[in-house]
Each structure stands twice: as structure tokens, then as C-alpha cells.
Design a protein around this ligand. Structure first.
Ligand SMILES: NC(=O)C1=CN([C@@H]2O[C@H](COP(=O)(O)OP(=O)(O)OC[C@H]3O[C@@H](n4cnc5c(N)ncnc54)[C@H](OP(=O)(O)O)[C@@H]3O)[C@@H](O)[C@H]2O)[C@@H](O)CC1
Ligand SMILES: Nc1ncnc2c1ncn2[C@@H]1O[C@H](COP(=O)(O)OP(=O)(O)O)[C@@H](O)[C@H]1O
Ligand SMILES: [K+]
Length: 508
């Protein structure tokens, strides 16, 4: 799904009104009625005190429409108008009038000197204060109200955006932002829902299709692409019957050092579980017995050094090479990476200490074959591209780096970002159980495997990241978050591929 900017979305609102010949009030009615239906489906008439905080713009207008429908369905509703300005929008005013038709219990006005209403932990708060029209940080008494809502402990549902959250910048330290438990956002996801600095504000997320014109949306350039099951399934190459192992890649994984041989084993297991036809490992001598015993399906070549990598096996005929897990950053090992980059012209996958070696000796970056894939976690990324002020600057710096060196960056995290020049892909699978030693090694194996099987490099990265996360989700559902081991992610890749083509119960 496309991630769009606030400007694109409000433009799409306007264009849709023309194309569908509807008023903005009708579009608001449609959008907010969908929200009401979602609430009604879950509350099912329960007599919970509902407190709706409405701004005076169109986000507040949504809140008034939701209030009207809830009141008409006999819910216990109290509406507050947060009067941060006198410039009430037309659709706000129209819906304010309509609300009067269904209740005598008029909205209570909250102004600068008003005592804030008490909010109990058992209340259900609807945040319709600000949406995508926010244009400056929320401070002063409106900020105090936002903090009052946050401190209440009540379940908070944000409409379109948690109030105070911008779509295109990180709120400053002083700014107040609603910490929503759930966000129902209109039409398309917004980038801030997925960035480490801002993702916590939106809580659980649901995107509502409010029927903006499909052709129009198709024509817009995405700020980024959100990768879910549907997008991943579209990238997957089905295996044909008339094939043999030679058709599925011959991957070489160079990694490990004394005490860190397990990392290579995880990468190789993941590569074979992801469908590689042939998988060989190049490791220091000390790992030979461990790897041959741990993974009989893999072939093993050893370096002349017993404890670390010191060379690249130039006579080995692999179609893709992955370098870096557990290798350390010794000078000898740097030479091994240099030899690899000087002798191998197809895209490579570089992970972990391979990245740290590149960061220490940036001249090596110029040797990277075009479309190579680099898989840093945030610490490795900082060493590679330098410090950033905030997540938006990080993404710009990463795009510049990707363009300069013609490489694909896979920035790992709760939502992994794959950056290919100006294009960004945001992963939407995975769970915190995957924050465990070795899960990055598994990811390198999955990506390397797809690259070896002939996927376009960016697809190998994006699909690899998605399946790695989905496999982690399957493993977590079996073992629980705490018990999840990196090896469980590798083991479940096949189930993840099958799941790509299963219909979920909610979709039926
Ligand atoms: N037909 C449509 O378009 C549809 C729109 N929809 C809904 O509309 C929402 C967007 O509505 P919107 O554009 O009216 O902006 P909104 O978020 O309500 O805020 C604007 C107000 O906030 C003010 N303001 C800003 N920052 C401030 C601050 N820090 N502190 C204080 N004030 C501040 C700003 O004031 P000003 O800058 O003018 O002084 C202005 O008054 C969107 O998220 C969705 O929910 C849906 O119904 C679908 C159809
Ligand atoms: N909270 C999380 N939600 C989703 N995925 C996660 C989470 N934490 C970690 N991951 C994934 O697990 C992997 C961790 O990689 P990395 O930090 O390199 O671990 P290691 O170095 O131990 O192998 C990444 O693919 C990351 O996206
Ligand atoms: K809101």
C-alpha cells in the first residue's frame, strides 16, 4: 500500500469530491460513519462512558459525526469542543448544528481557563482534536489537555492521526502528542506510524478505505510503500516442476570467527530454508566440525586461518556471496572482504562486522558491486552514514548513501526500511520476540537466498525482510515472544511462504 503525505491526501480529498461530485461534508460523513461502524462493531452497545474531544477543524468535524451516530445508537456520549481557535471549519459548523438535532446534551466548550473534565480509567476517549491539518507543535493549555488525556489511563482512540503528531516531522521535546491505544486512519498509512521515534503514539493501527478515487491514488508517487502480505505475495516466484537444484542458486556465505561460528550456521540454515539450491560456507578452520555436524546439507570450505577469515576463495563459483556475520574486524578479515569485492562483480550481501569493516575503511565502499545489499541495524547504520538529528534526516541520509554507492540499504528495526535510491519500502511483519541474538544473521540468509534464486536485488531484500518477519510471527505464535530463538525464524520460512497464499479469517 502506498504511504502518502498529508498534502497528497488533502489534495486527493479535494479531487475525489470533484470526480464523485460530492461535497466535503458528504465525504466527512462517509469517513466518520466508517469510524462509527468500527466502534459499534467492537462496543456492541456496551454502556461505557464515551468522551469525544473535538477540535474546531475537520478532524473535530469527524468527531461530531461520530458523536451523532453514537448518540443515535444510545451510547453514553459526552462531547467536548477544544476551542483552540475561533476559526471553525464549515464542515465542523454544519455538523455542530446536526448534533443539536439528536441531543439536548450540548457539547461542552473547553477554553484556556476551563477546568479539564475528569477522565476515568474506564472511560473510552475519542481523540478528534487535530488530524493531518496540524501545522505547529501542540503547546500551552491545549498541550496540557493532551497530557491530561494521556495521564488518565483511559483507552484512547485517535481519529486519522493521534493529535499533536505531524505527518512530516518529529514533534519536538516540548510538544504534546496523544498516546493512542488505537488509531483509525483514513485511506492511506502515514510514514510517522512506522518510524522508531514516532510509532509508539499511534498504538494499534487500522486504515479505513474512505473511497477516495482509485485511479487518482494510483497516479500519485508514493512517499514509501508499506509491505504487507499482498505486496509480498506479488513478488514471490513460484517454483516450477521442471527444475533442478542448479536453478535455485549457488550461494556462498563467508562468516564466523572463533566463538562466533553459530552465526554462519544460522545464515546458512536460513538460506537453505528459503530455497537455495546449493549453499556453501567459507569459515575459519575452527568451525569445520561444528558446521558439518550442524547442517549436513551445506558444503564447507575453510580458510587457512583457524580463528578468523583472511582470504576470499577466488576459485569458488558462487552466483551470490554474503559476507560478515561473526567475522570480527581484524585487518586480515578486512583483506578477505577487499579480495571479495575486487573479484566478484555481481551484487553481494554485507551484514554485521562486514558493515563495520566498511565503516572503518570507507574506500571499500567504492568497490561494492552495483545493487549490493547492506543490512545494518541502527548502530551499524550510524557508523556507516554518520549521526542524524531525527528519523526524517536519517532517511534522507540513507537515500543519499544508497544513490551515491548504488546499493540497497536494509535498515533493520521494528519496521525495517529498505531504501533503494529514492524508493522506500516499509516492512509490516515481525514482532519484538525477534529482538534476539542471531535474528539478523537469519535475515541475511533469507535475502542472500532470494538473490541467488534470481530475484531482482530490491525484491530479494523487500520480500526477504517480509518473510523473515512473518516467519518470526509464526514462531512467536508457537513459542511466545520471550522464547523465540533466531533458529526458529529460519525453521519457519517455509510456513511463512505458505501463509502468503492463505486467506486470513478476517479477509473472508
Ligand atoms: N473533506 C476532507 O478534507 C476530509 C477531511 N477529513 C478530516 O479532516 C482532517 C483534516 O482537517 P483540517 O485540514 O481541517 O485540519 P485539522 O487537523 O482538523 O486541524 C486544523 C486546525 O488546527 C489548527 N492548528 C493546527 N495546528 C495547531 C496547533 N498546534 N495549535 C492550535 N491550533 C492548531 C489550524 O489552525 P490555523 O493554523 O488555521 O490557525 C486549524 O484550525 C483529517 O485529518 C480528517 O480527520 C475527513 O473527514 C475526510 C474528509
Ligand atoms: N521489535 C521488533 N519487531 C519486529 N522485528 C524486529 C524487532 N526487533 C528485532 N527485529 C528484527 O530482528 C532482526 C534483528 O537483527 P540484528 O539487530 O542484526 O540482530 P543480530 O545482530 O542479533 O542478528 C532484524 O531483522 C529486525 O528487523
Ligand atoms: K486526532
Amino acid at each position: 500500500m502506498k504511504i502518502l503525505t498529508a498534502e497528497q491526501l488533502s489534495e486527493a480529498d479535494k479531487e475525489t469530491m470533484k470526480i464523485q461530485d460530492i461535497t466535503s461534508e458528504e465525504l466527512m460523513e462517509r469517513a466518520a460513519t466508517l469510524v462509527f461502524k468500527e466502534i459499534h462493531k467492537r462496543l456492541n452497545g456496551a454502556p461505557i462512558p464515551i468522551k469525544i474531544f473535538c477540535g474546531i477543524g475537520n478532524n473535530g468535524g469527524d468527531g461530531l459525526v461520530i458523536a451523532r451516530h453514537l448518540i443515535q445508537h444510545d451510547y453514553q456520549v459526552k462531547v467536548y469542543v477544544v476551542n483552540y481557535s475561533d476559526k471553525r471549519s464549515d464542515d465542523f459548523l454544519a455538523n455542530y448544528e446536526k448534533l443539536k438535532e439528536v441531543t439536548n446534551n450540548w457539547p461542552e466548550l473547553i477554553k484556556e481557563d476551563t477546568r479539564f473534565p475528569e477522565i476515568g480509567t474506564g472511560d473510552f476517549v475519542i481523540d478528534a482534536i487535530f488530524g493531518i491539518g496540524l501545522n505547529r507543535p501542540v503547546k500551552g493549555w491545549t498541550g496540557d489537555l493532551v497530557e491530561h488525556i494521556n495521564d488518565s489511563g483511559a483507552f484512547t482512540l485517535a481519529i486519522d492521526m493521534p493529535s499533536g503528531l505531524f505527518t512530516d516531522q518529529v514533534p519536538g521535546e516540548e510538544a504534546a502528542v496523544i498516546e493512542a491505544d488505537y488509531t483509525l486512519s483514513f485511506q492511506n498509512p502515514k510514514l510517522v506510524f512506522y518510524l522508531p521515534q514516532t510509532m509508539d503514539y499511534s498504538g494499534e493501527l487500522q486504515i479505513l478505505d474512505i473511497g477516495l478515487d482509485k485511479e487518482l491514488l494510483k497516479s500519485l508517487d508514493a512517499q514509501a510503500f508499506l509491505i504487507d502480505k499482498e505486496e509480498a505475495a506479488g513478488m514471490y516466484h513460484h517454483r516450477r516442476s521442471n527444475t533442478h537444484k542448479g536453478d535455485y542458486g549457488n550461494v556462498l556465505i563467508m562468516g564466523g570467527s572463533f566463538g562466533k561460528i553459530g552465526s554462519v550456521l544460522l545464515t546458512a540454515t536460513a538460506a537453505l530454508r528459503s530455497g537455495s539450491g546449493l549453499c556453501s560456507l567459507y569459515i575459519p578452520g575452527c568451525g569445520y566440525n561444528i558446521v558439518q555436524t550442524g547442517l549436513p546439507e551445506a558444503m564447507v570450505l575453510t580458510d587457512e586461518d583457524d580463528k578468523m577469515l583472511s582470504a576470499y576463495p577466488n576459485n569458488f563459483d558462487a552466483n551470490v556471496v554474503c559476507f560478515g556475520m561473526g567475522v570480527g574486524t581484524e585487518e586480515k578479515t578486512k583483506n578477505a572482504l577487499k579480495e571479495l569485492l575486487e573479484n566478484f562483480s555481481d551484487p553481494v550481501v554485507i551484514d554485521a562486522d562486514g558493515l563495520n569493516i566498511l565503516s572503518k575503511d570507507k574506500e571499500l565502499l567504492d568497490l561494492l558491486p552495483e545493487n549490493s545489499i547492506l543490512t545494518p541495524h541502527p548502530g551499524e547504520l550510524k557508523r556507516l552514514i554518520g549521526e542524524w538529528e531525527d528519523d526524517f534526516e536519517k532517511l534522507e541520509m540513507a537515500k543519499d548513501f544508497s544513490e551515491k554507492y548504488k546499493v540497497i540499504l536494509v535498515i533493520k528495526g521494528a519496521h525495517t526500511f529498505t531504501i533503494n535510491g529514492k524508493s522506500m519500502y516499509v516492512n509490516n511483519s515481525g514482532n519484538p520476540g525477534m529482538s534476539t541474538a542471531g535474528s539478523g544473521d537469519v535475515l541475511s540468509g533469507v535475502i542472500t537466498s532470494f538473490l541467488g534464486q534470481g530475484y531482482e536485488p530490491v525484491e530479494a531484500a523487500v520480500l526477504g525482510v517480509f518473510l523473515h518477519g512473518l516467519s518470526g510471527d509464526i514462531a512467536a505464535s508457537e513459542f511466545g515472544l520471550e522464547s523465540l530463538l533466531a533458529g526458529d525464524i529460519a525453521k519457519n520460512i517455509g510456513r511463512a511462504v505458505k501463509k502468503l497464499f492463505e486467506r486470513d479469517a478476517v479477509e473472508e
